[in-house]
Design a protein around this ligand. Sequence first.
Ligand code: GDP
Length: 177
Amino acid sequence: YGDFNQKIDYVFKVVLIGDSAVGKTQLLARFARNQFSVDSKATIGVEFQTKTLIIDNKTVKAQIWDTAGQERYRAVTSAYYRGAVGAMLVYDMTKRQSFDNMAKWLEELRGHADKNIVVMLIGNKCDLGTLRAVPTEDAEEFAQRENLFFMETSALESTNVETAFLTILSEIYRLIS
Ligand code: GDP
């Protein structure tokens, strides 16, 4: 009931993209509800969750979209990207392929989204450090080259999740205000 009767100054749509099973849904659950669940998703279809926060004394409603499994069928549609002002490109740092696919996801994003969209690269599952398959420097280099923000997170242990979302939302706010 947190949003009830609240004056909203801005609504920012942010989309989560990346391979299946990198942790997009759990990142969203952690940010929006401070929850994590180990069971996989039951439903397929586009879904979003909202969280209202204050940035610079303004009420910002973050509307965070999750592919909810569409990516498995290469069926992420242009409707998904429509109106997005931010995107989080998520890979699993224990799965090299999910990082190597970031270039494809970025290309798809740039083909569909507004050219001023703020993009953040997220290396998720940093709690599994011993299984790391993507060195931080590789991701930093890619992020720098493509002009992306970058952060390593753990939805499981809650590491950097809030910080990542706050960083992208603050940057969006800075650009439009
Ligand atoms: P999605 O397909 O990208 O939405 O991925 P999910 O959020 O469904 O997560 C896929 C699997 O990875 C699930 O079994 C999650 O429990 C697990 N997972 C997600 N985030 C993390 C994390 O930060 N650490 C670990 N160890 N597992 C995670």
